[in-house]
Design a protein around this ligand. Structure first.
Ligand code: RFL
Ligand code: PHB
Length: 396
């Protein structure tokens, strides 16, 4: 006999249990709003994805207000500067010149662990390994979500749906095609990332512009380094043994760093194609998109996770306002409000990317322009402050 459909009830269904979905659930539950989070992967898989490392001041505050910031403040490290290098020179951008703000180096992996723990503590419902998620009746006051686990079908009645299911999610597909603007740029290069149990080459991040290609020296803690190098889109991870990566990295960093770099075997390697995507609008009826589900950008500005969190800030405050006052006015402004910050941030990420990556082909004119702009930033405090302001993030 076929099992009967099971019906569940909640105020907000959140599709996607990544950082955006989990933080949204945490903030709403703290305000006594009920949620159900649907995640297509296992908890172990989600907690082990290695991605972001730089947390803006605003994201730190949001996490602390949601009772998820304790370990970040204890184990994360506060950075008040980054280095930019070109032609064997390196100069420091004083991030504190942007209204005294700093950023925190703390892995997305750790944030996800902290969010799961906080959600467990508050009694959240997070359903893993869901399949065939369907959103229905989003233009009515009674939308619902259908999904399956191991052949068992479920149906959730709710007031609102948050699509936090990342760039490959299904939520945005429920906005009618003729109403959706899908802005998309693919960059002609990718990032090859490596994580290794070695001492970071420097105490601050180094963004290196080199004619052989961009390189980034980052870290997770004092014994764990994260490096990235620009490679062309046709490269394959299998063609990059550790030694070849270290060799390339050392050629791109200024000699005062490459001469002291500690190398070792990688414990993780990844290849990421760089793109900018913005989906407009971020709301359709009772469906609201947040995070990578609505936008992605090249990681050069360290913005993706932070932008996902600012969406969560706007969406959670609008939902809380609705449940307090019964008025949906703030919710109706969500897309416009979030998109204003999204476009500023996507533009900053694009600018950082174009400034620091070697142009494809032997485009010596484009390279000359980059060097001129880098020299200008090197010599102008105003330009340095503008970069710092973009890096620490637009206030919300
Ligand atoms: P996520 O993390 O992709 O989570 C979405 C979740 O939804 C699930 N899902 C579904 N669940 C149910 N039903 C479906 N049909 C589903 N389809 C998908 C997925 O399994 C997943 O768990 O999106 P979210 O929450 O919006 O978070 C966004 C961030 O993960 C992302 O923006 C950052 O990692 C970007 N990023 C960085 N951001 C920063 O702010 N600072 C950084 O330093 C930084 N570095 C990076 C980065 C991203 C990188 N890569 C790999 C793209 C460095 C790299 C290399
Ligand atoms: C990282 O440490 O993974 C990282 C840091 C800065 C970026 C991107 C990624 O801009």
């Amino acid at each position: 006999m076929k099992p009967k459909n099971q019906t569940l009830q909640t105020q907000v269904v959140i599709i996607g249990g990544g950082p955006a979905g989990l933080l949204l659930s945490q903030i709403l539950m703290k305000a006594d709003i009920t949620t159900i989070v649907l995640e297509s992967r296992s908890r172990t898989y989600v907690q082990n994805r290695i991605r972001a490392g730089v947390i803006e001041h605003g994201s730190m505050e949001l996490l602390c207000n949601a009772n998820v910031g304790e370990r970040l403040l204890k184990e994360g490290s506060k950075h008040s500067g980054i280095l930019i290098s070109y032609e064997n020179k390196a100069f420091r951008i004083n991030l504190s010149s942007a209204k005294g703000k700093s950023v925190y180096v703390y892995g997305q992996t750790e944030i996800t662990v902290d969010l799961y723990q906080a959600q467990e503590k508050i009694g959240a419902t997070i359903i893993h390994n869901v399949k065939n998620v369907l959103i229905q009746d989003i233009n009515t006051k009674k939308p619902h979500v259908k999904f399956e686990i191991l052949g068992q079908k479920y149906h959730i009645n709710c007031d609102y749906i948050a699509g936090c299911d990342g760039s490959k999610g299904i939520s945005k597909d429920f906005i009618p095609k003729e109403k959706l603007n899908f802005h998309h740029t693919l960059y002609p290069y990718s990032w090859l990332g490596i994580l290794s149990k070695t001492k970071p080459v420097h105490k601050e991040l180094i963004y290196a512009s080199h004619q052989r290609g961009f390189a980034l020296a980052s870290m997770r803690n004092e014994n764990l380094s994260r490096y990235y190098i620009q490679v062309s889109n046709s490269e394959k991870i299998s063609e990059w043994p550790d030694e070849k990566i270290w060799n390339e990295l050392t050629k791109r960093l200024p000699t005062r760093f490459s001469s002291i770099i500690e190398t070792g075997s990688s414990i993780e390697k990844s290849l990421t194609t760089l793109r900018s995507i913005v989906v407009e609008p971020m709301q359709w009826g009772r469906l609201f998109l947040a995070g990578d589900a609505a936008h992605i950008m090249p990681p050069t500005g360290a913005k993706g996770l932070n932008l996902a969190f600012s969406d969560v800030y706007y969406l959670s405050s609008s939902l809380i306002n609705f449940y307090k006052t019964g008025s949906s006015k703030k919710l109706e402004l969500y897309s416009e409000q979030a998109l204003s910050r999204v476009w500023q941030t996507v533009r900053f990420s694009h600018w950082m990317t174009s400034l620091l990556h070697a142009p494809e082909g032997n485009n010596t004119i484009a390279r000359k322009f980059q060097l001129l702009e880098l020299e200008e930033i090197f010599t102008s405090l105003t330009a340095q402050r503008a970069l710092a302001e973009g890096y620490v993030g637009v206030q919300y």
